[in-house]
Design a protein around this ligand. Structure first.
Ligand SMILES: Nc1ncnc2c1ncn2[C@@H]1O[C@H](COP(=O)(O)OP(=O)(O)OP(=O)(O)O)[C@@H](O)[C@H]1O
Length: 266
């Protein structure tokens, strides 16, 4: 088994029509079950890295590897395996859900589109499990997204991401569109994901790549952090160590932007 589930290997990336690269020599590897934060200011290139890791764009040079093999978007069977192993949650819980689909249908979309499950009863029972996992009532299944608040919609998006039992969730600023009080609840939910059974070895837990401009959220959720400045990773390490002893001036600037350091729990 390969040690790394998903990795960017010396990736450069240039958007078509731009005369400079947006990403420079990005190397970022995620082990199974690991929780990694990617922090940096607006425009640093965080979302671009996520797009490459999701296979939505291809590196200009370097490679993105899934289970050690370069991600090949033309290999349909391989892509299906990738899509069920790596799911994503976006920033905007309003735009991310189809207003015409019930919550039940929304949550089961990955199972149906990936051909994992088609049986109606099995889908219904999976919906019930997933709603319970994200603390939503069972009767949410038959309602439509407009009936839910921003925080509840983000729970629905998380339930959908969890549906195929992914090994990794890529989350792009998953709480920044939410009210402060709701943010804490969603952070707690993300913190608990796949971590209910302490007897399970780490590598069987759901990993997380969390993109945020806010180091305090990364501190609350991630084992490791990579700091991105102008398309380059300038510092990387265990979150607790980076926070306690930042080496790069840019990391210190980001740290200074946090009014009060949150408590770091193991
Ligand atoms: N489709 C695109 N075409 C051209 N340039 C783009 C495109 N998308 C992003 N960029 C540019 O790439 C750079 C990095 O953008 P990116 O969205 O990855 O940053 P980010 O760190 O995620 O920022 P934010 O926190 O604001 O989302 C920016 O200069 C941006 O203008």
């Amino acid at each position: 088994m390969n040690e790394y589930l998903l990795a960017a290997d010396n990736v450069d990336f240039r958007y078509p029509g731009r005369d400079t690269n947006t990403l420079h020599g990005i190397t970022l590897a995620l082990r199974r079950g690991e929780r990694v934060g990617l922090v940096g200011e607006s425009g640093a290139g965080k979302s671009t890295i996520l797009r490459l890791l999701l296979g939505l764009d291809s590196p200009t040079s370097g490679a993105v590897r899934f289970q050690g093999e370069p991600l090949n978007l033309r290999d349909r069977a391989g892509l299906r395996g990738f899509r069920s192993a790596v799911q994503n949650v976006f920033q905007d819980p309003y735009g991310a859900l189809d207003p015409r689909a019930t919550v039940g249908r929304t949550i089961t979309e990955p199972l149906r589109s990936l051909g994992i499950e088609r049986d109606r009863e099995a889908l219904n029972s999976r919906v019930a499990e997933l709603l319970a996992a994200v603390d939503l009532p069972a009767d949410a299944a038959d309602r439509y997204p407009h009936a839910f608040s921003g925080g509840q919609r983000q729970r629905i998006a998380i339930a959908r991401a969890l549906a195929p039992n992914p090994q990794l969730i890529l989350a792009d600023e998953p709480v920044s569109a939410l009210d402060m009080s709701v943010r804490t609840q969603i952070i707690e939910l993300l913190r608990g994901l796949g971590r209910s059974d302490a007897a399970v070895p780490d590598e069987h837990q759901t990993g997380l790549l969390l993109v945020s401009h806010d180091l305090s959220i990364v501190a609350a959720l991630c084992d490791r952090v990579a700091v991105l400045q102008d398309g380059r990773i300038v510092e990387e390490g265990l979150t607790a160590e980076v926070l306690a002893n930042p080496q790069h001036p840019y990391t210190r600037t980001l740290l200074a932007a946090i009014p009060r350091l949150p408590r770091i729990e193991g």
